[in-house]
Unconditional design. Sequence first.
Lengths: 173, 214
Amino acid sequence: MKENAVITHENVSAFNHAISLLDTSISELRRIAHNLMPETLNHYGLKTALEDFCTQVSPAGPPEIRVEFFGDEIRYTKDLELTMYRIIQELVNNSLKHAGATQINIQVFTEPERLYAQVTDNGRGFASPADEKERKGKGIENIRDRVTAMNGKLDIWSLPGQGTEVSVEFEIS
Amino acid sequence: MSSENSQVSKKVLIVEDHPIVSDSLFRLVNESFENIICIHASTGSKGLAYLNGNHFDIVLLDINLPDISGIEFCTQAKNRFPELKILAVTSLAQRHVIEKSIEAGMNGFVLKTSDIKDITDGITEVLAGRRYLGKGVKELISSRPSNNFSDPMITRRESEILKLIADGLTNQEIAEKLFISTSTVDSHRKNLLIKFDAKNTAALVKIAMEKGLI
């Protein structure tokens, strides 16, 4: 603070509170901007973008989010990378919000002829498609639409109490 | 706070495009240190030009610059002046940015969301030849998602399929048993081959048995 500035005791706490609100708003804005268009994805590709995303949603865990990449780092079309990124984001959010998972794993296989990803968790899981719909709300339907729109394949494995595994694959023509 | 060696003045170059931030840094440095000279550059290329013509002890560097990135600036500056100290002062609280900065030879990293003392400490430490990671930076680096596992994780679907492959079932038979399509089975089979670095299904089964997975 500058020497000649006078600030009363009550004002100090109000000032500090205002600063902390600003800090919160800034980080919130950053988070929203990042969700709208992940700049990291365009610049550095899926691997870095996903690692950043996981650090952001669960900085110190739990849940622990583990990201594994298999294959050479390949850049796909912007559309495909964004679709895959969004799907993984949605699946991780599902695991966090609905499944109550303490461990989430993301595995991505990058090959010239295909892009494959699976997200697994140790959360509540579900038994039937009806149950699935109830648990996950619109999330999984959204993913199904995204996958279908880009001619991809979707595989879901789940059992009550044993977690959920969802895999998505796109062939590169 | 006074600089450790008050006889010799230190020269600071601030590379920052936002006037409010560069002005604040300028004042902060002048008020916190004795015998210090500050120069300001609003772009990376202007900053590099200053470095070419003058001796500087330390650069306070923004990463998000209008022309080149701070990381690129750091690489170029360090190539020409290996002794030059560079402290990143940035709002980019992202792990890969910090990692790339350190790879490029950055001596310190402070976040703009941090407090004044963090920045003056950073300047003091980096000028003294030590590395400085400001508040919140260490946490960002240590939160790195680990990616070098001895063994890749096997999903339950993969383990189901692995067992059925070991039992000698074909893709078609596995697909019928698990109510999934043959192409899905094939995808999982491909993934398993990659995960275990196996040339073919026979090698895959052998490795899986050695690892006690089936």
